[in-house]
Every structure is written in structure tokens, then in C-alpha cells.
Design a protein around this ligand. Structure first.
Ligand code: 6GU
Length: 249
């Protein structure tokens, strides 16, 4: 009763994450991404970078050539770690994703591109970043994407990996219970009205003196669609004028 194994489904994607704080990635076992793993659609493997350090103190960083503040992650340690992940080879090499505030912006289009790859390897930097020769070297062996999740600086790539993996996993076939719920999301391709989703309401019909807009209870689907498109356009203009094409008279 309620203990039957889930229906067998095919593996859609493998994700490896290399980090010095693998515990930071524990939330990948929760919610949508955790469910995708348990149902066999997604295989996530975490790897401790320090396991590839060679000295007694398991050092992963050193001071920057040319001077300056902070520390840089050593290429030799990263090389050992990534070689061991890449050695678990499938037919085609992975896309190596390096989260960094100096990367290309993470967008819905980038998430879709990455969702089309069967194997992603995330290399989480900390401190001032990873020695640039690591990215140069692996560009000869696989596709490398240096990606930023926004114009803000995080302490390391782990929180960015949580963001990217959740955005990518929900695009994989079978991961969302109701695929229609992705179709009218903000930033979904080809959305009508405007790029941002408007307000949503549920019961009760009056809460603390506030009513649900009557059009939503009218039963007139055409009116509801027009109202939602208008709300979406108004919200987009207010919140993200950069996304709204200028009015052509
Ligand atoms: Cl992907 N990593 C770090 N460390 N900081 C960031 C970022 C990524 N995106 C924005 N800030």
C-alpha cells in the first residue's frame, strides 16, 4: 500500500557537481529535482574537490600570480577532479558549466540549451575563482560554458548550481507533472501578452476584505484571456521595461 516502486522511466540527464562544500547541494534531493532523481529521470552525483588535493592539508587554493587580494583555485587539483569525472565517459562528452559572476547571463534560452545535453558537469569555484587554464584546457575536450545567474556576487558557485539545476530539470521530459504549467510561465518561449506572469488568485473569494477580480469568476474564457494578457503587459512595463518593445505608432 503506497510502497510500490515508481514506474520505470528512462534516464534523461546525468549531472555531476564538483565542490568543496558538497553539503551545500543537499537540497538537490528535495522537491522537484529530488523527485526527478528518485523516479530515474535524473542522476545527480556530487564530488568533493578536496578528495583530489595531494598535500597533507588538502589545499585547493593559492595566492594569485600578479598579486592582489584573495585566493585562486589550483588548476592541478581541478584537473584531477574533472579528469576523474570525465573518465566516467558516456558516448558523448559532457557540457562543463562553470558558475561565475563573469560568465554569460543564465536565461531561459540557456536553460533550454543545457536541458538538451544528456550530461552536465558543474565546477563550483570559491574564492576569487578557478585558474583560467582549467577552462582553456577543457575547451579542447568538451563544451565549456561560464555562466552567471545575475549581476550580483555570490561567495561561490554552489547556490548558482541549485538555481541552474532546478531551472534545467523542470524542462526535462516527464519531470513536471503537468507540462502545461511550464507553457505560460514568465520567459516561456512564445508567450502572449507580455514576458511576465500576472497575478493569480484562489479561494476564498473574499479575504480580509479583498475580492478576487470578478472577471476570473465570470466563466467567460475569452474575457479571462484578454484580462490576463493586459495584466501581463502592465506588469512587464512596470517591473521590466527593458523587456518590453517600445510602442510603434
Ligand atoms: Cl554563477 N557564481 C558566483 N560565485 N557568483 C555569482 C554567480 C555565479 N552569478 C552571479 N553571481
Amino acid at each position: 500500500m503506497g510502497t510500490e516502486p515508481p514506474d520505470p522511466v528512462g534516464l534523461e540527464m546525468r549531472i555531476d557537481v564538483v565542490s568543496i562544500f558538497v553539503d551545500y547541494l543537499a537540497p538537490l534531493n528535495l522537491s522537484l529535482v529530488g523527485r526527478a532523481q528518485r523516479s530515474g529521470l535524473l542522476d545527480v552525483q556530487l564530488h568533493d574537490l578536496r578528495g583530489h588535493a595531494t598535500d597533507r592539508h588538502r589545499t585547493v587554493d593559492d595566492s594569485p600570480y600578479g598579486g592582489g587580494p584573495g585566493m585562486v583555485m589550483r588548476p592541478d587539483v581541478w584537473g584531477e577532479a574533472l579528469d576523474s569525472v570525465l573518465a566516467q565517459a558516456s558516448e558523448s562528452p559532457p557540457v562543463l558549466v562553470v558558475p561565475t559572476p563573469s560568465g554569460e547571463p543564465f536565461t531561459a534560452a540557456v536553460a533550454e540549451e543545457l536541458a538538451g545535453s544528456g550530461w552536465l558537469v558543474f565546477a563550483c569555484g570559491r574564492y576569487e575563482g578557478i585558474d583560467a587554464r582549467v577552462m582553456t584546457h577543457y575547451r579542447d575536450r568538451c563544451e565549456v560554458r561560464e555562466i552567471s545567474i545575475g549581476d550580483v556576487v555570490l561567495a561561490g558557485g554552489e547556490a548558482a548550481v541549485l538555481v541552474m539545476v532546478e531551472a534545467i530539470a523542470r524542462l526535462l521530459p516527464g519531470v513536471l507533472g503537468n507540462p502545461a504549467s511550464a507553457a505560460d510561465d514568465s520567459f516561456a518561449p512564445g508567450r502572449a501578452g507580455g514576458p511576465l506572469e500576472g497575478p493569480v488568485y484562489t479561494r476564498p473569494p473574499v479575504w480580509r476584505g479583498l475580492s478576487v477580480p470578478p472577471v476570473l469568476m465570470s466563466g467567460d474564457h475569452g474575457e479571462v484571456s484578454r484580462w490576463r494578457a493586459q495584466e501581463s503587459a502592465d506588469r512587464s512595463r512596470a517591473m521590466r521595461p527593458d523587456l518590453v518593445p517600445p510602442d510603434v505608432p
